[in-house]
Design a binder for this molecule. Structure first.
Ligand code: NAD
Length: 271
């Protein structure tokens, strides 16, 4: 509990606290991390499945494999609910103790928990983006479930799959085609969002890194910018990360246990 106290003291005595979150913060909501044990990349190699040309190739080779990939990647996402870590972060923002969350997650669970300042540097599974003009549109959990149901039918043909995916994505008013608003391997991050994240990182005086291995670049530069500009760093993760040894405090715990305990302490210290 000493680490919880230390983390809470740092947060309570800081004036601009930025959070950097990753897949681990949603693990207790039932969304597996990609690289952990039993993660998606064990069954579906990232060098093939994490980019659009790779996915197109798998689609041509085996439509069943692509249907099972979409189902395994997206069903846990649409079924997930915010967990105590997301809720604790939303409580801290509501109390004015954190200024924003920079998340690598695409699952919208910070927003669902009530956090308002959320920078989604890898996009969102609940949006599509026009490949011509860049405009964005939302898609609901029901939209995603409906398309997964259509792909999951064993007798579905490739043509029917393409038509279901096109219907889900839709067409922009400019005539361009919509595509998922998520960042695949090898693609650039949304410039406006990553610039704002870097700017906030350079101004904050405390950075909480929670549920991330801090290995995925360029997003992983966010904690490095904060620390090089003098912010104190708190790392929350059951496993050591690239930040743990240099962080001011390393809380070696699951986010769903650590975050509510830290939030309770911060609110007790500041009320
Ligand atoms: P990662 O898979 O590289 O690392 C996940 C980290 O979470 C690990 O360090 C692990 O030790 C930690 N972890 C596991 N369980 C935890 C828990 N209960 N509490 C706290 N930490 C826990 O994930 P990453 O660093 O976020 O990068 C992978 C990329 O894959 C991200 O960029 C993200 O876009 C994407 N991704 C997103 C989701 C999602 O939206 N929920 C899920 C998987 C992957």
């Amino acid at each position: 509990m000493e680490k919880i106290q230390q983390a809470a003291r740092i947060i309570a005595s800081s004036s601009d606290v930025l959070v950097f979150s990753g897949a681990g913060v949603s693990a207790e909501s039932g969304i597996p991390t990609f690289r952990g044990e039993g993660g998606l990349w064990e069954r579906y190699p990232a060098n093939i499945y994490a980019n659009l040309p790779g996915l197109a190739g798998v689609f041509l080779l085996s439509k069943d494999r692509i249907a099972s990939f979409f189902s395994d990647a997206l069903r846990p996402l649409v079924e997930a609910k915010p967990n105590p870590a997301h809720e604790a972060l939303a409580r801290l923002e509501e109390a004015g103790k954190i200024s924003a969350i920079v998340t690598q997650n695409i699952d919208d669970l910070h927003l669902a928990a009530g956090s308002r300042e959320v920078l989604e540097v890898h996009g969102s599974a609940y949006r599509v983006r026009c490949s011509r003009c860049g405009s964005r549109e939302g898609r609901s959990r029901k939209d995603i479930n409906d398309v997964l149901d259509k792909l999951d039918v064993p007798t579905v043909s490739r043509r029917q799959m393409i038509s279901a995916l096109n219907e889900f994505a839709g067409k922009c008013l400019c005539g361009g085609r919509y595509r998922p608003d998520v960042v695949f391997f090898g693609e650039s991050l949304p410039m406006d969002t990553i610039e704002e994240a870097a700017d906030r990182a350079s101004r904050c005086d405390c950075l909480i890194s929670v549920g991330t291995s801090v290995l995925v670049y360029p997003a992983a530069t966010v904690p490095a910018i904060a620390s090089s500009c003098g912010a104190r760093v708190i790392d929350i993760n059951p496993t050591e990360t690239t930040l743990s040894s240099t962080a001011d405090v390393f809380v070696k715990m699951e986010a769903g246990k650590a975050m509510p305990a830290i939030a309770d302490e911060v609110l007790r210290m500041t009320n």
